[in-house]
Write a protein that binds this ligand. Structure first.
Ligand SMILES: Nc1ncnc2c1ncn2[C@@H]1O[C@H](COP(=O)(O)OP(=O)(O)OP(=O)(O)O)[C@@H](O)[C@H]1O
Ligand SMILES: O=P(O)(O)OC[C@@]1(O)O[C@H](CO)[C@@H](O)[C@@H]1O
Length: 308
């Protein structure tokens, strides 16, 4: 089983409009609500890949209850720690020319008692899992070393851990040696305090991170696919050219597919091909963190994996 951790869950609202005009009253053509916060996208995609998943983290208030209802409706197994603070909303404004603008609420503060309560729950939940993913931001009140703590607990029980976050959470989490991280170019720059100008420098940066005790450093490159750096080799996975509909959540879809790859014991090249296919297929649907199996299977055949 794969456990996904979402410490700052959300109701994701996708607003479809013609064109965003600053300072004007705008009517939304269509609005869809989905359970969000990166980890919930990961959970949904793992389920679509056909693997057993359990979503955990914090939920609170009416919005938290709504997110739980949506997860139950989508048959995504979940076991959250409930807090008094209201779960946030994240808005993705999609214009007819394909532009996407995201507005992410910070999330209400979480108390120390709630953090302690969650950690007790987490310890029990991960006992029956093989792989744990932890994704996204945290709200105020949650220490910036939380992922480092959760990674240490999972590793002590022999679990594989994927961490996908940014800023100081990523910096602190890396110290605990997760099995895999998935920074993008900006996150590598922030983490190492360097500027990366080209693919070679991205690889050099990823190698530095790998040598800090991380088995797989995955760097996602949008339409250019992804790199995987291991102790022994560097791989690149290139998706075919596709006409995207909504790219939000493709990083989460990639994390989900890698978690599935780890769970199934795939070799690194197979894992990369699968992750590129699933994440590229996610860009072909309007819904965040979802893909059609037929898209994924078609793309899978055309992904080019190269050992560099
Ligand atoms: N335009 C695209 N065409 C094909 N595949 C894409 C495209 N955009 C994203 N992907 C796939 O999704 C993966 C993740 O995308 P990206 O690199 O944008 O991640 P990210 O920065 O973490 O994104 P986000 O935070 O929006 O989820 C890519 O490695 C690629 O496989
Ligand atoms: O604040 P976080 O958790 O870092 O990011 C939240 C978020 O933007 O990430 C997802 C896309 O990756 C969206 O579904 C979601 O709302």
């Amino acid at each position: 089983m794969i456990v996904t951790v979402t410490l700052n869950a959300a109701v994701d609202k996708a607003y479809v409009i013609e064109e965003l005009k600053k300072g004007e009253v705008m009517r939304v053509i269509r609005c869809t609500n989905t359970p969000g916060g990166k980890g919930l996208n990961v959970a949904r995609v793992i389920k679509s890949c056909g693997e057993e998943v359990l979503a955990t983290g914090f939920l609170g208030g009416h919005t938290g209850a709504y997110v739980k209802d949506m997860l139950d409706e989508q048959q995504v197994p979940n076991d959250f720690f409930y807090t008094s603070g209201e779960t946030r909303a994240c808005i993705n404004i999609l214009e007819s020319d394909g532009t996407s603008t995201e507005l992410l609420e910070p999330g209400e503060p979480v108390s120390q008692e709630a953090v302690d309560g969650f950690i007790r729950k987490y310890e029990q939940i991960i006992a029956s899992s093989n792989v744990v993913t932890m994704s996204g931001s945290v709200s105020a009140g949650v220490d910036t070393d939380i992922y480092a703590r959760l990674i240490e607990m999972a590793k002590a029980k022999g679990k594989k851990v994927i961490m996908d976050t940014s800023g100081v959470l990523l910096k602190n989490g890396v110290q605990a040696g997760p099995t895999m991280i998935k920074p993008n170019r900006d996150e590598i720059e922030a983490l190492l305090g360097i500027k990366v100008q080209n693919r070679l420098e991205v690889i050099e940066g990823a190698k530095k991170l790998q040598s800090m005790g991380i088995d797989f450093v995955v760097v996602s490159l949008g339409a250019e696919g992804a790199l995987v750096v291991t102790k022994d080799a560097v791989y690149h996975g290139q998706p075919p050219k596709i006409k995207t509909v909504n790219t939000v959540g493709s990083g989460d879809s990639m994390v989900a597919a890698f978690a599935v790859g780890l769970e199934r014991g795939y070799e690194v090249e197979e894992m990369l091909r699968y992750a590129v296919a699933v994440s590229a297929a996610n860009t072909l649907t309007m819904a965040t963190g979802s893909f059609r199996t037929e898209d994924m299977e078609r793309i899978y055949k055309d992904v080019v994996v190269t050992r560099l």
